[in-house]
Structure formats: structure tokens, C-alpha cells
Design a protein around this ligand. Sequence first.
Ligand SMILES: C[S@@+](CC[C@H](N)C(=O)[O-])C[C@H]1O[C@@H](n2cnc3c(N)ncnc32)[C@H](O)[C@@H]1O
Length: 198
Amino acid sequence: MSWPFDVPGIPDELFVREERVPMTKEEVRAVVVSKMRLRRGQRVIDVGCGSGSTTVEFANAVGNEGMVYALDKDPKAVELTKVNLSRFNLVHRTAVSLGEAPQALLSIPGQVDRAFVGGSDKLRETLTTLRSLLVNGGKVVVDAILLQTVVEAISTLEELGFTNLEVTELIVAKSLKTGRGHAMMARNPIFVVGAEKP
Ligand SMILES: C[S@@+](CC[C@H](N)C(=O)[O-])C[C@H]1O[C@@H](n2cnc3c(N)ncnc32)[C@H](O)[C@@H]1O
């Protein structure tokens, strides 16, 4: 299958899912892809690729000249990411590896234009390594559920000298059909922290 649109926001139900492997949801992915300001031909890192839904969106956006390096410390996540990439015919634009950030990031060749942290239990160290891998003007985006993660992301990015720091809080509610109409069901707020290497 190939996603027929150039815009982000592939429907969640088109991805293969597996129990206990998390996935960044459709509406959050759309904002993440927007904040990444992706262009054709760019090189991107996806830290903690989970089900691979962000890896698929990034690979879709960078085109055949681009490259997405995805990694996760969970072997089930790595396998599932590969399954979803082949489902969308995007394997050739990606390199998916099993490994833990920040150490595993050191095997990525050369510099990258964009980095996304969808999950890292070593956020400070991961952001420090990503800073050295990013080109000047490169962007990093961090997805967070916990307030502590948001605070750690902000303080680390500021200490590392990143600029244009922006935090976006997403509070998404989805409709559910009930007997009498459509009720809105709230989801957990998600924070998207973005910044730029000067
Ligand atoms: C919320 S999920 C990411 C979802 C993913 N963006 C997607 O679209 O499906 C977070 C992932 O980060 C991984 N993770 C957490 N800490 C990590 C680390 N230090 N190195 C590599 N992966 C890590 C977890 O195993 C988990 O699969």
C-alpha cells in the first residue's frame, strides 16, 4: 500500500498494531510532522520508534532522496516498525535498528536535519547526543506525556543552547457514537516540545 496523499495524518487503522507496543496517535502525529518542518531529501532520526507510525510519516515526507534512521530498545517495536514500513512500501528510505539511545545513536553515519524523540528513558543524554548529530539549523521535537519529561526537555534544550523553543499542548477529544448522538471522549493531554540548533 502507498499512502495516496502528501499531507501527514495517515489513519491509525491503517497501521498494524501489537499489544504492549505503543503508537503515537494520528492527530498527535500530524502535529509532530508539522513541527518537524520536513522537506524532501532530509535525513531524520526517530528515537523510540514504537509501532513505526512516525517513522512511516517521516519516510513518506522526505521522499526517495531522504533517509529515516529509526531505533528502539524493544525488539518487538523494531519488528513492528519494519512490518509497517513494508506495508507502506517505505523500507528503502529507512534504516531500523535495535538499540538504546543515546549509545545506539552513535552508529548513525554523518549528520541529520531533524530528530524526533517519541520515547527515551535517558532524555538528557539522548538530547545531548542528538545536538552533536544535528546540522546547524536542524530541529528536534520531543513528544511527552509526563510533566517531568516536559520540564526535563525544556531545561536540557536550554542548557544545550537550542533556540526557538516551543511547547504545544494537545488536548484531543474524539467522538463516540452513543444511542442518542455523538459524545466527545477525551484523551490524555500530550506535549510536543520543539527547538532548533542555532
Ligand atoms: C510512545 S513509543 C513511540 C511511538 C512511536 N513514535 C510510534 O509512532 O509508534 C516510545 C518508545 O520509546 C522506546 N524507548 C524508550 N526509551 C528508549 C531508549 N533509551 N532507547 C530506545 N528506545 C527507547 C520504547 O521502547 C517505546 O517503544
